[in-house]
Design a protein around this ligand. Structure first.
Ligand code: GTP
Ligand code: MG
Length: 342
């Protein structure tokens, strides 16, 4: 699973842990699985009491083992929130309305696992001391009942963890340790066209919480020989193209998660204003983005030069004029990226 590698710090041995998070069963699915397996166990003994004792103990062991192994698999495969990279932790925090719920749910699974073990061991102890078939069966059934109610009690946690899993799988696959370029600007200014120019392969679409469009992720190798580095280029439709004041708190958090990325920001203007937004609006977007990325360097690009030069608009100093249609100025953008990130 591509995304999950981001949730794990490098281990002491320098290896990234590629854990897969399995689907999380609901309480009733887990109970069906455990009880179904227990129903199938077979034992043999000619003595009726010994037979019933063996059978009940084997069934209880089986139920307890399945529950424990299932929960420990979940506990192992989910990341601990404090070990997650800040970018992903903040995104998950926004998407889940509090990442600490994940840690709490995992703790509850551990609790349930311990309880099930305790109930089953206690019942086995009682069964070993009994010489009465009816009593042995009664003890087993009582233990089943208590185990079921423990599992049912943590059903909300199981459902929540499955939501966590699905949310994680949908996050963008960004390597936060590699260089990143974020392309921002108002809608229609030519961001996507620019990203496709800058990328060596065709950009892939990745989802991002609270945007319907999905971000574009392009790549480009910069540097030479041994010093080649893969730069990721992120197109941000629907993320950074509205004023920050219009956002709700969750959206804002998903945006501010971007500040954890060590990114070079390219802010694209459309001085022709054919995008439908005037320069004043575009400037106000820029200052909002400047605040989000506080202190990060922002490179200003004036796109659609092929168009606005004809309108008689003058080029500005300190700004790179480009055309994403004719390719004018793109080389200079590449040079700036190589200089800052190469
Ligand atoms: N003449 C001219 N048109 C351009 C240029 N760059 C982009 N366009 C046009 O502008 C329109 C928008 O381009 P996109 O690359 O989709 O813009 P965007 O910023 O990604 O738009 P959203 O994803 O909607 O925010 C398209 O019709 C492009 O062909 C340019 O340099 N010159
Ligand atoms: Mg676009």
């Amino acid at each position: 699973m591509k995304v999950l590698r981001k949730f794990y710090e490098l281990q002491g041995n320098g290896c990234i842990v590629y854990n897969k998070i399995p689907t999380v069963l609901t309480a009733s699915e887990l109970l069906d699985k455990a009880m179904g397996r227990a129903a199938k166990v077979e034992v043999s003994d000619r003595n009726r009491v010994r037979y019933e004792r063996k059978l009940s103990i084997t069934k209880l062991d089986s139920v307890s083992n399945i529950v424990q192994s299932t929960f420990s698999k979940y506990i192992r495969s989910f990341p601990k929130s404090e070990e997650m990279e800040p970018f992903y932790r903040e995104l998950m925090d926004a998407a889940l309305g509090g990442i600490e719920k994940m840690d709490r749910s995992l703790k509850n699974l551990q609790w349930a696992s311990d309880m099930v073990q305790k109930i089953s061991r206690g019942a086995v102890r009682e069964i070993k001391m009994s010489d009465d078939v009816a009593e042995i069966i009664r003890i087993r059934k009582a233990a089943y009942g208590r185990i079921s109610s423990i599992i049912e009690r943590i059903d909300p946690e199981l459902l929540f963890l499955n939501r966590v899993r699905n949310t994680m799988r949908a996050l963008p696959d960004i390597d936060t340790s590699a260089p990143i370029v974020v392309v921002a600007g108002a809608p229609n200014v030519g961001k996507s066209l620019l990203v496709s120019h800058l990328s060596s392969a065709s950009p892939e679409v990745a989802s991002y919480p609270f945007t319907t469009k999905g971000i574009l992720l392009g790549h480009r190798d910069v540097g030479e020989g041994r010093n080649v580095r893969r730069v990721q280029i992120i197109d941000t439709p629907g993320i950074l193209d509205r004023p920050m004041e219009e956002r709700n708190a969750i959206e804002l958090q998903a945006i501010t998660a971007l500040r954890h990325l060590d990114a070079l920001i390219l802010f694209v203007f459309d001085p022709s204003e054919t995008c439908g937004y005037d320069m004043e609006y575009q400037n106000s977007l820029l200052s909002g983005i400047g605040e989000v990325f506080g202190g990060r360097e922002i490179v200003i690009l004036h796109n659609k030069v092929d168009m606005w030069r004809e309108f008689g608009v003058k080029e500005r100093e300190g700004v790179i004029s480009i055309s994403s249609t004719t390719g004018e100025g793109i080389e200079e953008v590449v040079r700036v990226i190589e200089e800052r990130l190469g």
